[in-house]
Design a protein around this ligand. Structure first.
Ligand code: PMP
Length: 434
């Protein structure tokens, strides 16, 4: 007898399924633009030189016995937590100055959203979460598995397929009951690459404050979207400044290229230091401890190295066990932080260059833009992806006839694009549109 005899196989995750189909495709020329992972101009994965340097420092500290491989505390590495909170809320943050932010290191961005969802459901009494239409495919799975009902609010303007429906968004959010929980993408909205403007963020912050809505920010691309860490956190900072008490989820998968190391954080901005300490202890003991006990050590060390502007400016996070354990901190210095910021800019610039080249090539091919425009949206959108406006049947033709792989919502990874493939892709797109 098998305990599993009633188990039915479920369909593969659409994105990972495409990756498998791409690998199995025997065509001599094929292009994978389905997955959100940065590639160099040569199409290779990139380990950031600043991360290589952090690895070197960590290795030598291990070899000399200065640090060890003991467990991290449930809430994660104290230095990493402090630096991570500072990175998103900034130097001017009142919540950080007043010690009323509970920060936990998590299993990358997915883990951060998942811990936040459990906390909202079990501790804040949330029943429903409102997510943009569309949103990252995994959001629905995470929230439903935490016990929340998922409802969509207007985001993409379905009339154009390539712009923000801000009026629809504002109307939908204005109509929600007080205390409703709303997911926002901090920057580089996935899958659309379309963000509210600075002014629109200000307006949303005032709307959330006025209507007493709970903001859950998912920040998976800080620094990677515009190339500037502060610019990409402006949304979260505007909400904090407006007194909204946001929850902010962070991922270092894209910005530090630490995809497989699973490094992220969740930050609960609270009304007081006491509240932050109570939230931290409850999340630790009731959510993290029974699920996985504690987060990974190695990647947190690497991130803490790269994120540290200077060790002197690091103070203890709310409720942290050890403020700055010298046995865990390797070095962290201004030079490495500056180097990382330069590398981030380099990645963001490369993606932007691919956008410009692709739009030019599509125009040169005479491919008609699905929104009736001139492919300007491919250049204007932000982050890893272009939301092309291609339909599911266009995407199917691209894959079947030209071996170019996109997700069926027409999302194309510009981070995975190679200059050598631009012309081929533009011609393929024209062929399915013509
Ligand atoms: N949120 C969004 C919007 C994302 O695009 C991603 C990455 N695809 C994540 C969260 C989390 O990714 P990870 O768990 O690898 O940090």
């Amino acid at each position: 007898h098998s305990a599993w005899q009633g188990t039915q196989a479920v369909p593969a995750d659409p994105i990972l399924g495409l990756v498998a189909a791409f690998k199995a495709d025997a065509a001599p020329r094929k292009v994978n633009l389905a997955q959100g992972a940065f590639r160099t101009d040569e199409g290779l994965p990139l380990v950031l030189p600043s991360v290589v340097e952090a690895e070197r420092r960590v290795s030598s500290a291990l070899a000399s016995g200065a640090i060890d491989k003991e467990y991290l505390p449930i809430e994660g590495d104290a230095t990493f937590r402090t630096l991570s909170a500072k990175l998103i809320f900034g130097d001017e943050s009142a919540a950080l100055a007043e010690g009323r932010c509970a920060t936990l290191q998590t299993l990358s961005g997915t883990g951060a959203v998942s811990v936040a969802a459990a906390a909202l459901c079990r501790m804040a009494g949330a029943r429903t979460i409102h997510v943009p239409d569309p949103s990252w495919g995994n959001h629905g799975h995470i929230f439903r598995s935490a016990g929340l009902e998922v409802q969509n609010y207007a985001y993409l303007d379905h009339r154009t397929g390539t712009t923000l429906d801000f009026d629809g968004m504002r109307a939908a959010l204005s109509g929600l009951p007080r205390g409703s929980v709303v997911l926002l993408h901090a920057c580089a909205h996935n899958p659309t690459g379309i963000d509210p403007s600075g002014e629109q963020w200000q307006e949303l912050a005032a709307l959330f404050a006025g209507r007493g809505l709970v903001a859950l920010f998912d920040s998976a691309y800080q620094g990677y979207a515009s190339g500037d860490l502060d610019a990409d956190a402006a949304s979260v900072r505007a909400f904090e400044a407006a007194g909204v008490l946001p929850v902010a989820c962070q991922s270092y998968a894209k910005s530090l290229g630490l995809y497989g190391e699973r490094i992220g954080a969740v930050n609960f901005v609270c009304a007081s230091r006491e509240e932050a300490e109570a939230v931290l202890s409850t999340v630790k003991q009731t959510i993290v401890r029974p699920a996985y006990s504690s987060p990974p050590l190695h990647g947190a060390r690497l991130a803490a190295e790269a994120l540290a502007p200077s060790t002197a400016s690091v103070s203890a996070p709310a409720g942290g066990s050890t403020p700055l354990s010298p046995r865990r901190q390797v070095l962290g210095d201004a030079a490495l932080f500056a180097q990382w910021r330069g590398e981030l800019r380099g990645m963001a610039n490369r993606v932007h260059r691919m956008r410009v080249l692709l739009a030019d090539a599509l125009r040169a091919e005479g491919a008609p833009s699905p929104d009736g425009g001139d492919w300007g949206h491919v250049v204007d959108q932000i982050g890893m992806f272009a939301y092309t406006g291609l339909s599911a049947s266009h995407v199917d033709s691209l894959r079947e006839r030209r071996h170019v792989y996109l997700t069926r919502d027409g999302r194309m990874s510009m981070a995975a694009m190679k200059p050598a493939d631009i012309e081929y892709v533009a011609r393929a797109v024209r062929s399915v549109l013509a």
